[in-house]
Structures are given as structure tokens and as C-alpha cells.
Design a protein around this ligand. Structure first.
Ligand SMILES: Nc1ncnc2c1ncn2[C@@H]1O[C@H](COP(=O)(O)OP(=O)(O)OP(=O)(O)O)[C@@H](O)[C@H]1O
Ligand SMILES: [Mg+2]
Length: 612
């Protein structure tokens, strides 16, 4: 097995790391930077840009620049969260036939998995360029509170990107691994992780290299983006009050205000006051150009967002309760994630736990570094660490009258499995349907449906006689598997699985094939562009040298060179690599000839037609 990389696929920023010896190293991206914006942009010339290049397009091409796709992955179009998020989106989303949300670019529907795969491909390529070797294996992190569907969708994204996922690991757990706790004797910790899109609280104990997660809780829809949006809303309101202009439908203005809001928010973590200044934010017909200039103080920001910070506390309380601990039992609270750097969060958490929290020294890199450590644990390179994580949500089935019966409770250490006997209720019943869901609500349909599992081909028998043992399993990635055994015949009972969400096997295969096709086409396009660049440069030099030393070149060659100069546009028009290569060779010959002439301007005697 080659190198495995740890990938923190964040809502706003992603980061990769790899174990070198026993130390995780952050791998720079293609631009030499340690983090990559999780942004993909589709340009009008058909290019797909990822990371900083894509981010730079956000203001000029807001409709085709896709950000925060992690908030969409594994979600239904009709869910409340998506409906709310849509109001602030500068790009368009739609619904897949199975109700999943999709991104719409130039009327083409693209699954969030594919967009994530584009980011993952970029990260994979960055690591490959850095190490000069193929990278196939990866540990991918997800918010601890991601459900089965979101985890599966993230895994599918990695597969589309050509990565073999060794393990899906929870972000706060990964952060704890990289926090230098390995030698601790016995400490109980709370990891408060507020990133760009998600909030997680994880309570764990660490003793002699064992990282034992006791409980986790959170909200995959609470994060930095929500704080940005509060500032954005405030600015829109103020602008409307002052100018009577509503900018909320102006995608260009919206994108600019959004960026400025985020920047102001960050600044207010270090200073008490900042100014938001956006010249020409509105150019309403007839209204003239209007500028947005506004002072924002830390106090005002706190007033706008206190409720968001408070919203995180019940999750913290619940996680402690599930871990059977009180705030005073926690030895150390660690703040992870960019948004947790906000001073108000530090203050609220200090009050809650009765002691100052510790800030992660590298909040941008801690999760990826932890994922790299996890690769070392899996590959046996780091034998002194044992990691025991939990499932964030209860797994169960729909029972009579639509009630929800839990089979595996939340915060059970994973991997885990439980077997339940099933039987038929009618004579000669050939199928039994099991509706599997995840969540904590008592009414089954209020929980997240994972799918229908039909036990099929049951031998004809009187009602209640068949005995089928169904095993529900949650693997180390937090992903559910269901299998069944006919206890009468001891044969494996067939199951037909109808997942409620996600991409089907066929769809994934199709996307991978298409990506391969594009990869080939893309590579050709890049090669063509390189060849054209070289040819363009040669023709330009040829032209300047020729007009200087025309008289030194034989008549025949003069004609050839003039022809090339005049046909420059035509030569450079093609994408055909073979044609470009023929032109390149021909031009190179003439270029070499004229360079020699120019170098020996005084001594060179042209040889009539003799140097072909
Ligand atoms: N100094 C700061 N003060 C306040 N917020 C900050 C600061 N630095 C970064 N942020 C915010 O943190 C968020 C990004 O954090 P981070 O990189 O941890 O998230 P992510 O990994 O992209 O998202 P997630 O983990 O939720 O998927 C952004 O919303 C950003 O505005
Ligand atoms: Mg993160």
C-alpha cells in the first residue's frame, strides 16, 4: 500500500495531511498553500476551477461558483434547512428524482457528491504533485453529527474522485488525536468544534493512548456561514433603510456583501471595530451608483449573533448528560474550527464549564493532521493509540402504528451490531419489509429514513413460522449495513435494498466513467494549450528576428516564414494535437534557421535551399 492522506473536507476550507515518520505534515496545495477554499467554479469557456482560482470567480460569476456544498450533501431538497439556505445562495439548486438536492449549473443538474469529488480530486492531485507519486488511499473526515446518508454520500464523493476511503473519521475526534494528548494519563475532554458550516460537541476520555469517545452531539446546520448571514442581513436592512434599495435579489451585490461580512467578522475577533466599505455596490437604473459604507463594532456583532452561540449550548448539555458527566468533570475544553475563534464563544464556553477553554494552536490544520494520524493507526504505524468512536444518532426501525423502535442507541461505540428476529404475519407471506431510520424522535417518519430493506423469497409457510434473524451493523465509518439469516435453513436471507437517498451504484459508475473521459479530454486540452503557447512564442520571436534580418535569409525561406507569420491565427486555432505537433516542428526548423542567421549576422552566408 502506498501513502495514505488525511483529508479534512470542510464547508469553507479543506486541508490535507500525511504522516511522515510519526508526525503529521500538512501538504501544500498546487498553489503552495496549506488550505484550499472548498469552492468550485464553472467558467463560460467550459473550465472547472477549484480552490482559490474558483473563489476569485465568486464575485464575477456568482451563479456558477459553488461554495458550501457540504451543507447540501445527503440532504433532501424539500427539507427546512435547504429551504432556508436557498434564500442566501447565489447559485441555483434543484431536486433529483429521489428528492435529493442537486446543484444546477447552466441547466445541468450536478449532485453535491460530484462537486465534492472535484474538490477531492484537486486535493488528491496536489498531494500527488507534492510527493511525485500516485495517491489512492485516504482517511476522510466528517462532522461527528453527520448521519448515515451524509457519510455515505461523502464516501461516494471520494470514490468518484478516485480515492479509496480507508476510514471515515469524525472531525472533533481527529482534532483530539492531533492535540498532543497521547501521553496523558487520564483526562476528560470536551471538544467544541464550530466550523464554517457545522457544529459538533464531543466528550471523550483519554488514558494511556486510548481515545475513548463517550458522547457526541451537534448540528450540521450551525456554523460560520450563519454568522456571516447575520451580518449580511443587517447590512441589507441598513442599506434599504438608507437608500430604499433592496439588494437581496442582486446576486453580484449579494456575493460582495457576503465576502465583506465574513471578512468583518474575522477582523472583529481581533479588534473592537471595523469598517465595511463597498463602493458602487448598487448601480440601480436611474438611482445612480450607491456605495455601502458601514461601521461594525464587536458589540454589535455579538448582539446580532448571541442567539447562534447560545443555540450550541443545549447540544453541549446533552452530550455531557449522555456521557454521564457534569461540566465540572471536564478537565479541558478545546476550541476547534475557525468560528470557535470568536471571542464571544470563548467567553460563553468559559462560563459554561467554569474554566478557560484551550484554543487549538492550528485551527485550520488540526483535523487533517488528526486524519493523517488515524491513517497511521490503521496501517499499524502508530501502535500506541487506540481510538474508540461512537455513532452520533440512534438506529432503528418503523414499527406498528408508525412508532420508532431503537435498535442501536446513539453514542454506542462503533463498530457495533445487533440482531433482531423477524417473522411473517400472514400465511405464505413471501416478503417482509423493514424500514430503517436514524434519529431520536418517537414517531418513525420524523427521523431520517435510510431506506427500505425487503426480505424477499421467503419460503411459503404459515404465519409466524419463518424465523429470520436480521443483523443491523454500524461499521467503523459510522455507516449502516443490514444482513439477514433464515434460522430454519441457516441460509442467508436475500435482501433488496431501496435507499432513500444518495447515488445508486450505476450512477456512480457512470459519473466515474464520465470523469475519466473528461480527465482524458482535459489532459488533451491542457497539452494543446501548452503546444499553442510554445508555438505562439516561437512565431512572435520568428517575426521579430525575421524583420530584423530578412535579407540574410534565402528567398525560399523568406516565403515560408512569411506564410507562417500570416497564418498565425489559423495555426493556433486547432485543438488537434497532431496538427499542432506538425506545425511546431515546421516552425522550429525556421526558427532555428533564423536564430543562427541572427547570431552570426556578419559571418552567415545563406545557403540557397540547402538546409532542409
Ligand atoms: N478569526 C476568526 N474569527 C471568527 N471566525 C473565523 C475566524 N477565522 C475563521 N473564521 C470562520 O470560521 C469558518 C471556517 O472555519 P473552518 O475552516 O474550521 O470550517 P470548515 O472546516 O470549512 O467547515 P466545517 O468544519 O463546518 O465543515 C468560516 O466561517 C470563517 O469565517
Ligand atoms: Mg472543519
Amino acid at each position: 500500500m502506498g501513502r495514505a492522506i488525511g483529508i479534512d473536507l470542510g464547508t469553507t476550507f479543506s486541508c490535507i495531511a500525511c504522516l511522515e515518520g510519526s508526525q503529521p505534515q500538512i501538504i501544500p496545495n498546487k498553489e503552495g498553500l496549506s488550505t484550499t477554499p472548498s469552492v468550485v467554479s464553472f467558467t463560460s469557456s467550459g473550465e472547472i476551477l477549484v480552490g482559490n482560482l474558483a473563489l476569485r470567480q465568486a464575485v464575477t460569476n456568482p451563479e456558477n461558483t459553488i461554495y458550501a456544498v457540504k451543507r447540501l450533501i445527503g440532504k433532501k431538497f424539500n427539507s427546512e434547512e435547504i429551504k432556508n439556505a436557498q434564500k442566501k445562495m447565489t447559485y441555483q439548486i434543484g431536486e433529483a428524482p429521489n428528492g435529493d438536492v442537486v446543484v444546477v449549473v447552466e441547466s445541468k443538474k450536478i449532485s453535491p457528491q460530484e462537486i465534492s469529488a472535484m474538490i477531492l480530486s484537486y486535493l488528491k492531485e496536489s498531494a500527488e504533485e507534492y510527493y511525485g507519486e500516485k495517491i489512492e488511499d485516504a482517511i476522510v473526515t466528517v462532522p461527528a453529527h453527520f448521519d448515515d446518508t451524509q457519510r455515505q454520500a461523502t464516501k461516494d464523493a471520494a470514490r468518484i474522485a478516485g480515492l479509496n476511503v480507508l476510514r471515515v473519521i469524525n472531525e472533533p475526534t481527529a482534532a483530539s488525536l492531533s492535540h498532543g494528548l497521547i501521553d496523558r494519563k487520564n483526562v476528560k475532554l470536551a471538544i467544541y468544534d464550530m466550523g464554517g458550516g457545522t457544529f459538533d460537541i464531543t466528550v471523550l476520555e483519554v488514558y494511556d493512548g486510548v481515545f475513548n469517545v463517550l458522547a457526541t452531539n451537534g448540528n450540521t446546520y450551525l456554523g460560520g456561514e450563519d454568522f456571516d448571514n447575520r451580518i449580511l442581513d443587517w447590512l441589507l436592512d441598513e442599506f434599504k433603510k438608507e437608500n430604499n434599495i433592496d439588494l437581496s435579489q442582486d446576486k453580484f451585490a449579494l456575493q460582495r456583501i457576503k465576502e465583506a461580512s465574513e471578512k468583518a467578522k474575522r477582523e472583529l475577533s481581533f479588534s473592537m471595530e471595523t469598517e465595511i466599505n463597498l463602493p458602487f455596490v448598487s448601480s440601480e437604473p436611474g438611482g445612480g451608483a450607491k456605495h455601502l459604507r458601514k461601521k461594525l463594532t464587536r458589540d454589535k456583532l455579538e448582539e446580532l449573533t448571541t442567539d447562534l452561540v447560545k443555540e450550541s449550548l443545549p447540544y453541549v448539555e446533552q452530550a455531557l448528560k449522555d456521557a454521564k458527566l457534569e461540566p465540572k468533570d471536564i478537565g479541558e475544553t478545546i476550541l476547534v474550527g475557525g468560528q470557535a475563534q470568536m471571542p464571544l464563544i470563548g467567553k460563553v464556553i468559559a462560563e459554561f464549564f467554569g474554566k478557560e477553554p484551550v484554543k487549538s494552536p492550528n485551527p485550520d490544520e488540526a483535523v487533517a493532521a488528526g486524519a493523517a494520524i488515524q491513517s497511521g493507526i490503521i496501517m499499524g504505524e502508530m501502535k500506541d493509540i487506540v481510538l474508540l468512536d461512537v455513532t452520533p444518532l440512534s438506529l432503528g426501525i418503523e414499527a406498528e402504528h408508525g412508532s420508532f423502535v431503537k435498535i442501536i442507541e446513539r453514542n454506542t461505540t462503533i463498530p457495533t451490531k445487533k440482531t433482531i428476529p423477524f417473522t411473517t404475519v400472514e400465511h405464505n407471506q413471501g416478503t417482509v419489509r423493514i424500514h430503517v431510520l436514524q434519529g431520536e424522535r418517537e414517531v418513525a417518519i420524523e427521523n431520517r429514513s435510510l431506506g427500505m430493506f425487503d426480505l424477499v423469497g421467503i419460503e411459503p409457510a404459515p404465519a409466524g413460522l419463518p424465523q429470520i434473524d436480521v443483523t443491523f451493523e454500524i461499521d467503523a465509518d459510522g455507516i449502516t449495513k443490514v444482513s439477514a439469516l433464515d434460522t430454519g435453513t441457516r441460509k442467508e436471507q436475500k435482501i433488496e435494498v431501496n435507499p432513500s437517498s444518495g447515488l445508486g451504484e450505476e450512477e456512480i459508475e457512470k459519473i466515474i466513467k464520465e470523469a475519466e473521459k473528461y480527465e482524458h479530454a482535459d489532459r488533451k486540452r491542457i497539452q494543446a494549450e501548452q503546444a499553442r503557447g510554445e508555438i505562439r512564442k516561437m512565431i512572435d520571436s520568428l517575426e521579430s528576428l525575421f524583420y530584423r534580418d530578412e535579407e540574410k535569409v534565402s528567398f525560399l525561406h523568406q516565403e515560408d516564414i512569411k506564410k507562417i507569420i500570416n497564418k498565425k491565427g489559423e495555426i493556433l486555432e486547432t485543438d488537434d494535437l497532431e496538427k499542432l505537433e506538425v506545425s511546431r516542428k515546421e516552425i522550429k526548423k525556421l526558427f532555428d534557421l533564423i536564430s543562427t542567421v541572427s547570431e552570426s549576422r556578419d559571418s552567415f552566408t545563406p545557403e540557397e535551399g540547402g538546409d532542409e
